[in-house]
Design a protein around this ligand. Sequence first.
Ligand code: LLP
Length: 422
Amino acid sequence: MHEFRYKRNYLYCEDLKVIDLVKKFGSPLYVYSYKTILDHYLKLKSAFKEIDPIICYSVKANSNLAILKLLVKEGAGLDIVSGGELFRAIKVGCPAERIVYASVGKTDKEIEEAIKRRILFFNVESLSELENINRISQILNRITNVAIRINPDVEPKTHKFITTGKITNKFGIDFESAYKILNMHKRFAYLNICGLHIHIGSQITETTPYIYAISKMVKFIQKLKKEAINLKYLNIGGGLGIIYDKEKPQTAKEFADKILPLLKRTGLKIIMEPGRFIVGNAGILVTKVLYIKSTLKKKFIIVDSGMNDLIRPALYDAYHKILPLHITDSKLSKVDIVGPICESADFFAKDRVMPEVKEADFLAIMGTGAYGFSMSSNYNSRPRPAEVLVKKNRVYLIREREKYNDLIDKEIVPGFLKRWRR
Ligand code: LLP
């Protein structure tokens, strides 16, 4: 469910015509719906209200400060993976006791900053990292909370690039090694090992992989309890899938109904780290048709946005619905929708049957609220698009369009190159 709908052949975001937003803010443009973000957060919260989990929104999905602030104000915590994301979390005033920090490669500086801020806990991914956090905590004379990230070795049935809980993935620690670590906790005098973490992948549309992974965790937690190793938290990660095309993902309620009995058996405080589920369908990328080019084999719609703005199709062959902002023609044609970048991977759709569009029309690339802007770059020296947030009949600019100067702001031409020499 989302708040992008056609009314009298025009696409609206909440109560505003999207075409009016592009006229005001230019193209390409990311447009987000406040209500969609909020509804998704509240759906998850209410589905799990029985156990009142800490819902730590995964900042990487969309890290715009306005979106983080919206969620933090509603009571969400944040799941971070870098010093930069910690900086954002602090900027929006997220209480430290609602911040969890994952990543297989945390630097000493990042660890130190997070310890000083007294975040809820680190999700630790290796024995070396555990030793390092212990060492840094000792220097800072602090006891640091950590959860061990378990790699439960399950198949989440999603794209191979976003599978994270199989034993061949770089993430987490296998059960046996984790068991050994938990039994040598005395070796880590400056750590409080207070929880376990899993995150098995992203865009998971079935509940079965979760049931399988969480069941393994329940067994493990029970074994630990018998040996008087008592933990406080179980972090079940994120990964809930959304509808891009014809997927039929589990709803929050269906998901909760299936996994709540398992979670309750742990007796632990549950943490969740949803990203895509909250923001994925809450955003679109609007782009203008620059040229239409028919070749011997294909018809190309060339738009003013590229893989630098949205890399998911190029990187994962991801499917995004593409809709005209104004439907004028009911005729259909088969087209490739491509960007201006000098790479053949710069496409948004291939052999897509679409209503006919003309040059200067606008298109909406749907479902781009998650891993859209947050994965964007300046490749081909292209300034990034602006981002706006719509709430009912009002629109707020939440990130300015980048300017050419932003592209070169940090670059330095050494003096010797500036001196004139023939
Ligand atoms: N927790 C951890 C530890 C994660 O690594 C991730 C995502 C999440 C939570 C949030 O997952 P979500 O609920 O959003 O599925 N760029 C890819 C997705 C990469 C996900 C990385 N980790 C894409 O565009 O599909």
